[in-house]
Design a protein around this ligand. Structure first.
Ligand code: GDP
Length: 360
């Protein structure tokens, strides 16, 4: 499964947020693997359509899609030089598919900031700098090797030029994710060299309770990291929300001017950043969301349920959630001509409710 690595300076609220992520008891019951590794937090992707499907099909259970987060402790200034936890830290980031940086915006005299003052701009820069320095080290060796190679083999020339272009971006103090494409860097090719800053970044701003409804502040912080996605939350509040019933949690959120918990937003943003989407299945046993990559075809999607479904794929019976919701039952959707048969070239759309036909 794809994972998002959580990073950030010490004392910004990473552990607090991560504890909230792993406190999800409802989820643990359905996904036992979620509690096995203490460093992995699994968050359900909120999806109101599942409750409606369960109503239509009389499903016993609802199984949402999930997003996995890994706690990557230990970034400090100097991490790229392998100080302290540095090497382990970099190895952990290498394994993550996206990087979620927690940035402190809350003011609290009792919580020491490593640099002595709360400054989202400089915190973000510190982390970026460590990752950029690590990439420059990786590139130093790679560029030398690719230069030699390209003198012997013409085919290696583009890889060499790509590495040099990446080096320029990093030397200018920018991540490849933020500035690589504009500078003509092929990010996939660069990622193949193990460059960390090619990974998509998400930023979580850990706010005070009274900053939660401050949309001007959100806009200013969001601008710091645009076009990357930003999520605004209060890590301590997220912990408290986890211990409440859904109704109490919603009431609490609304009292702070929010409609959705920060972790729900994070799950959504994470899912999107990883290039994922869902399709839905429903029956008396369960209504369920399945995770696929954007652009996958029907047989590929079937393979997520079982490899036999993909191998023996014949066709997919599909109705969009909106049509099914409006019709109120499969029979009514069918009568209205809203249920389609799709073949092996069909590209799945978000909200497709599917039943696969296959040979065994
Ligand atoms: P980490 O080092 O980044 O993992 O940070 P922790 O999660 O351990 O948090 C450091 C300290 O900040 C702890 O005392 C937390 O209780 C406190 N803290 C975390 N989030 C918030 C917050 O949103 N507001 C305030 N005031 N304190 C927080």
């Amino acid at each position: 499964a794809l994972t998002i690595g959580i990073v950030g300076l010490p004392n910004v609220g990473k552990s607090t947020m991560f504890n909230a992520l792993t406190k999800n008891n409802v989820l643990a019951a359905n996904y036992p693997f979620a509690t096995i590794d203490p460093n992995i937090g699994v968050v359900p992707l909120p999806d109101e359509r599942l409750a409606r499907l369960a109503e239509i099909f009389g499903s016993e259970k609802i199984l949402p899609a999930t997003v996995s987060f890994v706690d990557i402790a230990g970034i400090v200034r100097g991490a790229s030089e392998g100080e302290g936890l540095g090497n382990k830290f970099l190895a952990n980031i290498r394994e993550a598919d996206a990087i979620c940086q927690v940035v402190r915006a809350f003011e609290d005299g009792d919580v020491v900031h490593v640099d002595g003052k709360v400054s989202p701009t400089s915190d973000i820069e510190t982390i970026h700098t460590e990752l950029i320095l690590a990439d420059l080290q990786t590139l130093e060796k790679a560029v030398a090797r690719l230069e030699k190679e390209s003198r012997i083999k013409k085919e290696s020339r583009p890889a060499f030029e790509n590495a040099v272009a990446a080096q320029k971006v990093l030397e200018a103090g920018e991540t490849l994710f933020a500035a690589g494409e504009k500078a003509g860097v092929d990010l996939d090719l660069a990622a193949g060299l193990g460059l960390l800053t090619t990974k998509p970044f998400i930023y979580v701003f850990n706010l005070d309770e009274d900053q939660l409804a401050d949309t001007d502040l959100h806009a200013r912080l969001g601008e710091l990291v645009a076009p990357a996605d930003a999520v605004f939350l209060n890590a301590k509040l997220e912990m408290d929300l986890m211990e409440m019933s859904a109704e109490d949690a919603l009431e609490m959120l609304q009292s702070f001017g929010a409609e959705e918990s920060g972790l729900d937003q994070l799950a959504r943003v994470g899912f999107h950043t990883l290039g994922l989407q869902t399709y839905l299945t429903a029956g008396p046993k369960e209504s369920r969301a399945w995770t696929i990559h954007q652009g996958w075809t029907a047989p590929q999607a079937a393979g997520v349920i079982h490899t036999d479904f993909q191998r023996g794929f014949i066709k997919a019976e599909i109705v969009s959630f909106a049509d099914l919701d409006a019709a109120g039952s499969m029979a009514a959707a069918r009568a209205a001509g809203r249920v389609r048969m799709e073949g092996k070239d069909y590209v799945m759309a978000d909200g497709d409710v599917v039943e696969f036909r296959f040979n065994v």
